[in-house]
Design a binder for this molecule. Structure first.
Ligand SMILES: NC(=O)c1ccc[n+]([C@@H]2O[C@H](COP(=O)([O-])OP(=O)(O)OC[C@H]3O[C@@H](n4cnc5c(N)ncnc54)[C@H](O)[C@@H]3O)[C@@H](O)[C@H]2O)c1
Ligand SMILES: O=C(O)C[C@H](O)C(=O)O
Length: 350
């Protein structure tokens, strides 16, 4: 995807021996806060953001270790000024981390262990995300909020409810990060098709858990490598349950962190480029979407052209194969349940 090559050139441009010089254009400068910055995702994500030339101020917040992570990452010789914030630290806490933030990336929360579903994380992560969102709504109501914490299908609607209650909800500025599904689909299909991952683009629509992840292999140039039958079903299953593969391999030590950090860095870079005025930046992302509202599905991931405001054009899913129609039939009712669960929980636990 465009975004990936842009990130790669960003990474090249920011090679340690030759930090990139910046124009003074405000469009090039972005303050990014990472909430949950000391975790498995937070640390590598913060490092990748420090290496992204579009980031000039990097604020790392966590309930533990954030000043240490910031001190470490801060020695990387790229321009982003990096500061760590803990709840009671001398630098100030969460509010200070969020002051002036343009992007707020949230990987705070607990990850899965083998045998758990993402929904099993709901009870713990819902309140963590709600509380962080409350402070963001107060301190940086115009920031773009990028939610990583699971279950994304439910945590994103919770953030929307928090912002609505605070009277500052802008649906163009709220994103569930589903980039990892697209990343996995590209990796797995390119491996089968013998193609370059960078040229293997598989849109993934719906949500971010098992049957709600709908890979549109028919829309990938290499999709004919696995048209239907057993190979197709195996690939779809691997994309939908790629997270389980990592959870199992880590054997109790958590879920995907490094690939997720990469995916979130790609998405953040795309969003910053779009905010800075670049056109035709397209990513799949879980947003407040009109596509299936008539079926009670208020949030849906599909291709979105990012814009200066955040969400630009939300693209319909396009022509689906018979197999994909079936996947969509399984996705929508589950997604609707996950969304309702988040909204209802917030209604009872504002
Ligand atoms: N969207 C996706 O595609 C995707 C992919 C992978 C993981 N995830 C999810 O991301 C979340 C984080 O995963 P991880 O592996 O980094 O977990 P982790 O336990 O390694 O890190 C989580 C971090 O959050 C911090 N934290 C907890 N409560 C906090 C609070 N109130 N404020 C600030 N920080 C707080 C913890 O101290 C910890 O450092 C999980 O919910 C996981 O399921 C999502
Ligand atoms: O699988 C998980 O629990 C983490 C994440 O959502 C993933 O897709 O890897």
């Amino acid at each position: 995807m465009l975004a990936r090559s842009a990130l790669r050139s960003s990474l090249r441009a920011a090679a340690p021996s030759a930090p990139r010089m910046f124009s003074s254009s405000a469009a090039d400068r972005h303050a990014v806060a990472v909430l949950g910055a000391s975790g498995g995702i937070g640390q590598p994500l913060s490092l990748l953001l420090k290496n992204d030339p579009l980031v000039t101020s990097l604020r790392l917040f966590d309930v533990r270790l954030a000043p240490g992570v910031a001190a470490d990452i801060g020695h990387v010789n790229t321009p982003a000024v990096t500061t760590g914030y803990s709840p009671d630290g001398p630098e100030g806490g969460l509010k200070k981390a969020l002051e002036g933030a343009e992007l707020v990336v949230i990987p705070a929360g607990v990850p899965r262990k083998p045998g758990m579903t993402r929904d099993d994380l709901f009870n713990t992560n819902a309140s963590i995300v709600r509380d962080l969102a409350k402070t963001a709504a107060e301190v940086c109501p115009k920031a773009h909020i990028l939610v990583i914490s699971n279950p994304v299908n439910s945590t994103v609607p919770i953030v929307a409810e928090v912002f609505k209650k605070a009277g500052v909800y802008d649906p163009k500025r709220l994103f569930g990060v589903t980039t990892l599904d697209v990343t996995r689909a590209s990796t797995f299909l390119s491996g089968i098709a013998g193609a370059k991952p960078s040229e293997t683009i598989v849109p993934c629509v719906g949500g971010h858990s098992g049957p709600t992840i709908v890979p549109l292999l028919s829309q990938a140039a290499q999709g004919s490598a696995v048209k239907a039958g057993e190979a197709y079903e195996k690939l779809v299953h691997r994309i939908q349950y790629g997270g389980d593969e990592v959870v199992k391999a880590k054997d109790g030590a958590g879920s995907a962190t490094l690939s997720m950090a990469y995916a979130a860095a790609v998405f953040s870079n795309s969003l910053m480029r779009a905010i800075g005025g670049e056109s035709n930046v397209v990513e799949c992302t879980y947003v407040d979407s009109p596509l299936y509202k008539d079926q009670g599905v208020d949030f849906f991931s599909s291709k979105v052209t990012l814009s200066g405001e955040g969400v630009g054009e939300i693209h319909p899913v396009g022509k689906l194969s018979a197999e994909e129609e079936k996947l969509m039939e399984a996705c929508l009712p589950e997604l609707k349940k996950n969304i309702q669960k988040g909204v209802q929980w917030y209604g009872e636990n504002p």
